[in-house]
Design a protein around this ligand. Structure first.
Ligand SMILES: NC(=O)C1=CN([C@@H]2O[C@H](COP(=O)(O)OP(=O)(O)OC[C@H]3O[C@@H](n4cnc5c(N)ncnc54)[C@H](OP(=O)(O)O)[C@@H]3O)[C@@H](O)[C@H]2O)C=CC1
Ligand SMILES: N[C@@H](CC=O)C(=O)O
Length: 411
């Protein structure tokens, strides 16, 4: 019998308890032994639950219990999750988590601590909710050099964009719905402003490139400036707007491209039809070519599925995983965005076509029904980002009002 403790009985934690109870027979078969939730840490009381006697508010009840061999950290945040995780690992208890904020900021340190103490730090649920992505990347794609990862990594923003586009729903109404469905972070700004997607691309990039990519070095932009006008222009161009995270090796350089931003994606891209709470991640290996992972990126049971799979894997006791790891890197190896070569969609007011072409060279002009007389929207060919920024500044200095600038993703 493997006895586990769950830290945090919120959306994911309650899902973990539910899945372990609901699927106990198949879980026992697959783990080779029954799995029992022995203790649950939470700040609140859950007097109505049949398993109310398992709750504690004191972490030491869990850390000092030698019967508990696996700790599931689904509290979220860095503090006190970092302290609780470190203490569990120091005691030789393996930790399973869905907490991408902690993995993205302290992953290298916690993986090293797990190794030192002959146990594991597993985080399948930290990227893509229910989608298997971490284990396939470090096991099934182990023969490859990963050249590029590009993905729709946040369920909440994809859900909001889908509702806005398909049902003309207001941004705030769609966000409230995502919160009610348990998709959003405790502070939904983390979703809307792109920080959650940033943490996830950092985790994938660290795994792919073997060095910790820290979120503070990754330029991150969210979806709060996207309008239905931009959506209409994207459609005229032949695509959709999605919040995209991207990490890529830069040929001949020791740096990588890594960023999160809204992006125009062509309708023929495998990522273009990923809607609602679904996530999609395209991983480009030098042997496999493109592999695409798709599934529900948030929500109670999909996320619990990934957490419990890690628990089952740990219960089989394969020892410390040597492939699920990356080195700490104190220096930043993310290329500054200004030095990258990118195509952009731009919407602005008060510039003539001649002015626009003088600033950017030949561009692809777009149209939409109901556009104002002095509105222009166009797509610039790939060029250094700094060159685009300089040209936009020149136009602004001449009295042009630049409304939107969205990257065009090549995926
Ligand atoms: N929801 C989702 O779809 C997904 C979430 N995740 C990640 O999983 C983690 C948990 O998310 P989610 O379940 O949605 O979050 P919730 O806010 O629903 O749950 C967190 C739970 O942990 C409890 N908690 C927080 N701090 C402490 C503490 N110091 N001691 C004891 N209990 C504590 C909270 O109690 P209280 O409410 O009283 O503060 C709450 O019950 C986060 O890292 C999130 O990013 C990952 C993938 C998907
Ligand atoms: N808030 C996150 C939850 C899962 O990671 C999301 O919406 O994707």
């Amino acid at each position: 019998m493997a006895k586990i403790a769950v830290l945090g009985h919120g959306v994911v934690g309650s899902g973990v308890c539910e899945v372990i109870e609901e699927n106990k027979e198949s879980i026992t078969r697959r783990a080779g032994q029954p799995i029992e939730v022995k203790r649950i840490l939470d700040l609140r009381d859950f007097d109505d639950l049949p398993y109310r006697d398992k709750f504690t508010k004191n972490i030491d009840d869990i850390l000092n219990d030698d019967e508990i061999s696996i700790v599931v950290e689904v509290m979220g945040g860095v503090s006190p999750a970092f302290e609780f995780t470190s203490r569990a690992l120091q005691k030789g208890k393996s930790v399973v988590t869905s907490n991408k904020e902690l993995v993205a900021s302290k992953g290298a340190q916690l993986l090293a601590l797990a190794k030192e103490n002959n146990c594991n730090y597993f985080f399948e649920a930290s990227v893509g909710g229910g989608i298997p992505i971490i284990r396939p990347m470090h096991l099934c794609l182990a023969a490859n050099e990963i050249d590029e990862i590009v993905g729709i990594l946040n369920g909440t923003t994809n859900f909001i964009l889908t509702k806005m586009i398909r049902e003309n729903m207001e941004f705030d109404t769609a966000l409230k719905l995502a919160q009610d469905l348990g998709y959003a972070e405790r502070n939904p700004a983390a979703d809307v402003e792109g920080h959650d997607a940033c943490r996830k691309i950092c985790i994938l990039a660290s795994l792919a490139f073997g060095r910790h990519v820290y979120p503070q070095y990754v330029q991150t932009e969210g979806i709060s400036n996207i309008t239905l006008e931009d959506v209409a222009y994207a459609e005229n161009w032949g695509g959709v707007i999605k919040l995209v995270g991207e990490a890529k090796r830069l040929p001949g350089k020791d740096t990588i491209k890594c960023l999160v931003s809204p992006a125009l994606i062509h309708k023929e891209s495998q990522l273009a039809n990923i809607d609602d709470v679904f996530n999609g991640v395209l991983v480009r290996g030098n042997a496999t070519g493109d592999v695409v992972f798709y599934g529900k990126g948030a929500g109670k049971l999909p996320t619990a599925s990934a957490v419990v799979a890690d628990v089952i894997h740990e219960a089989k006791s394969f020892g410390t995983s040597t492939s699920l790891t990356w080195a700490d890197s104190s220096e930043n190896f993310v290329e500054p965005v200004e030095a990258l070569c990118e195509a952009f969609y731009v919407r602005l007011f008060g510039a003539s076509r001649a002015q626009i072409e003088e600033a950017f060279g030949a561009v692809q002009f777009l149209s939409r029904a109901g556009a104002e007389a002095d509105e222009s929207a166009f797509v610039i060919k790939p060029q250094p980002v700094q060159k685009t920024l300089d040209a936009l500044k020149t136009l602004e200095d001449a009295g042009v009002r630049v409304c939107t600038k969205i990257r065009v993703a090549d995926c």
